[in-house]
Design a protein around this ligand. Structure first.
Ligand code: IVH
Length: 685
């Protein structure tokens, strides 16, 4: 460990550099969690060794220097920051409540303190000054005392009213957060990429870049949003009694206020809010890194006051970071069911988004090249919700380097750039990447064991042929033992063959054979889906079965005829035609039928006549008697569709117990909400 003075100097230097990259260049060099860690280390070091505290230390300054290009704005009421609670557990909320109670001199006999609880948005703070209800100025926080005048850019944000409804106060400063939604961010980056311009690392960074764009015309093209969460200078506007009431007043004025907020009683209320938001975090359309608790009553806020630049009446309660730093130990490729070659980074284990991550997808080789990810690199890894962890970017100045020749100063990267392999690591077939496509594929087809195994897992899976007990491990064993080449081989397995596999008892072998036998009786949609045709998911399989009625008609259909099916476009039609044109696929289908796989065949059906035809449903929560799959099957059998998220186009939301954000969204959009019994009535109508 370096001496404290040396360590402090190093930390200050690193933090200054990160700060400059973040605030001035709008191109952060480390994730927030890493910056916070370094910052806290410096704070702790200075607390322990006060002699090391320099007057210009970063720990005494908040935010960035205003850019000289913008006019300066002195904030009449300083823009403060909030103390962060890094204990992401319930105890973090309890500690804040205890502190507030202690400082207010409350005893256990006193009632719970009331808090306004809201989200901590991950954007940049903005002060909007309205005079007589008209927006006259917008300023960034800057260093808290002096910010930048970004009025021209802010006026381009549609969510921000240029005139407040029903307000004629001489001065009303509204404070809030300018942010970018994740979908807007993804679209923006896609556009930047197409234009060959630099992409942004995260939405906050893109938002900051847009706000501080010198050219308002460019800023206007960046999709920004805004939420109001507080007050600055106020003259001639009667102050409500609480923070919560202020937010309600904002709504009435036409300001956007996030409706994920509540008034909570005591620590228990805060904990409940923190947990509720944790569950919904990934369904929010924007990033948050925590929630904020504020003592609701302004009189109590006044009594609590401030410590340096932070109010004692507020705290930001964090969640586990969704982006962290780690290093790449290897870069390997994975072969998917349809041969797609995906580069994967093997990582030094890192705790991110609430779990330990050891692999992250690099999507495809164009991405690898664009991001220039190499072995040994320090990378930003992101994991949000159920999404596969991904490598966001590399930290260029942490790349391991080696000396070149005898020149003392010449250096080159220790590891070479990663290139796309020419042959499949599983079967050695050629890898092809069609011109204009991002995905490279192994050309081995079902000859490739990796593809064959996954095709067989898929064939046996629950929503396909539903062979109970035939999981991926067992398929691997059967393929490796050369017992399974095609799906049809499943139906010729003998008890002896299965029982001879390692770790396989006679009883389980018999169970497996029974399950295989049972799977012979299936339905046409399941069979079509089980074939694992590229671009043909469950919904398409159902549409195809309904349209053609029987398999022979489907196999004989031309691409034009296939495109007559609702939702089947040229891409899906081409996949189907290609699949059925392959003799070996036709052979496997014939062998499956010969082995006894069968289903009820019908006539080609015209449109289903039912109250549900063409209607879109969203299921949420637990229904009293139907499982999610059962409800889905029933709806689809009647010609309805089941979607994953609620939009204006949703016809019904079927809500059960513990329905969450989908229910709220339905109510907000005015989508009819029904329960299981109403669904059953609809199904019978
Ligand atoms: S209130 C006195 N409320 O967090 C409290 N800030 O560290 C002043 N932020 O610069 C801020 N969401 O950019 C407040 N619901 C929220 C917030 C929020 C995000 C940001 C804001 C501020 C920083 C404070």
């Amino acid at each position: 460990m370096a001496a404290p003075a040396e360590r402090a100097r190093q930390l200050r230097e690193d933090l200054e550099r990160h700060n400059h990259a973040y605030y001035v260049l709008d191109a952060p060099t480390v994730p927030d969690a890493e910056y916070d860690r370094l910052f806290r280390e410096l704070q702790a070091l200075e607390a322990e060794h006060p002699e090391l505290r320099t007057p210009d230390s970063l720990t005494l300054r908040v935010g960035g220097k205003p850019l000289p290009e913008f006019g300066q704005v002195r904030h009449a009421v300083p823009m403060l920051s909030i103390r962060t609670e890094t204990d992401t557990e319930a105890t973090g909320a309890q500690a804040f409540d205890s502190r507030v109670r202690r400082e207010l001199g409350l005893t256990e006999a006193d009632p719970a303190v009331e808090y306004a609880a809201e989200l901590k948005f991950d954007g940049l703070a903005m002060s909007l000054r309205y005079e007589h209800g008209v927006l006259v100025q917008a300023a960034t926080r800057g260093d808290g005392a002096v910010g930048e005048d970004v009025t021209q850019n802010i006026r381009t944000i549609r969510a921000i009213p240029l005139r407040l409804r029903g307000v004629d106060a001489p001065v009303l400063e509204v404070r809030g957060e300018v942010y970018m939604r994740r979908d807007d961010f993804d679209k923006l980056n896609e556009r930047q990429r197409e234009l060959g311009e630099k992409t942004f690392v995260n939405p906050r960074n893109a938002a900051a870049g847009a706000v501080r764009q010198l050219d308002p015309a460019i800023a206007a093209k960046r999709p920004l949003s805004f939420f109001a969460y507080g007050l600055g200078e106020v003259r001639g506007w009667p102050l409500p009694a609480t923070h919560g009431a202020t937010l309600d007043a904002f709504v009435a004025m036409g300001l956007p206020v996030c409706d994920v907020r509540t008034v909570a009683a005591g620590a228990a209320g805060l904990v409940a809010f923190h947990q509720d938001v944790a569950i919904r975090r990934d369904t929010l359309p924007f990033d948050i890194d925590g929630v904020v608790y504020k003592v609701n009553d302004y009189v109590l806020q006044e009594r609590l006051g401030f410590v340096t630049r932070e109010p004692r009446w507020a705290v930001a309660h964090k969640y586990p970071a969704q982006e962290m730093l780690t290093t790449v130990e290897a870069i390997e490729v994975q072969v998917g069911r349809t041969g797609a070659i995906t580069p994967v980074a093997r990582l030094k284990p890192v705790f991110v988004g609430g779990v330990t991550v050891t692999n992250a997808t690099l999507h495809n080789f164009e991405e690898v090249e664009r991001k220039d990810v190499r072995v040994g690199d320090t990378v930003i890894v992101r994991r949000a919700g159920d999404v596969i962890p991904e490598v966001v970017a590399i930290i260029a100045d942490k790349r391991p380097m080696k000396a070149v020749g005898h020149d003392l100063f010449a250096q080159e990267p220790e590891y070479p750039p990663v290139t796309m392999p020419s042959h499949c690591p599983e079967c050695n077939s050629a890898i092809e990447k069609p011109e204009g496509e991002a995905i490279a594929r192994c050309t081995g087809g079902l000859f490739c064991p990796a593809q064959r195994k996954q095709a067989l897992w898929h064939f046996a899976s629950r929503r396909a042929m539903d062979v109970d007990g035939l999981g991926d491990k067992l398929v691997d064993q059967l393929v490796d033992a050369e017992l399974l080449h095609t799906a049809a081989d499943l139906y010729h397995l003998t008890l002896e063959q299965v029982a001879n596999l390692e770790r396989m008892a006679e009883k389980s072998a018999q169970n497996l054979l029974d399950a295989i036998e049972k799977s012979k009786q299936t339905t046409l949609p399941r069979f079509i889906y089980a074939l694992g045709i590229r671009n043909v998911g469950e919904a398409t399989a159902k549409d195809l079965a309904r349209h053609f009625g029987n398999l022979d008609a489907l196999m004989a259909a031309s691409e034009e005829q296939l495109q007559q099916v609702p939702d089947v476009g040229p891409v899906v039609a081409a996949s189907l035609a290609h699949f059925f044109a392959q003799p070996h696929n036709r052979d496997v289908i014939a062998a499956l039928r010969k082995a006894g796989v069968s289903w009820a065949e019908g006539e080609a059906s015209a449109a289903v006549s039912s109250a549900l035809a063409g209607k879109t449903f969203v299921l949420t929560g637990t229904l009293p008697s139907l499982s999610r799959d059962e409800a889905k099957d029933l709806i689809e059998a009647k010609g309805g569709k089941v979607a994953g998220s609620v939009s204006k186009k949703t016809h019904y939301v079927v809500a059960g117990e513990e329905a969450g954000s989908k229910l709220e969204k339905a109510l907000a959009l005015g989508v009819p909400v029904i329960d299981e019994s109403q669904l059953k009535a609809l199904l019978e109508s």
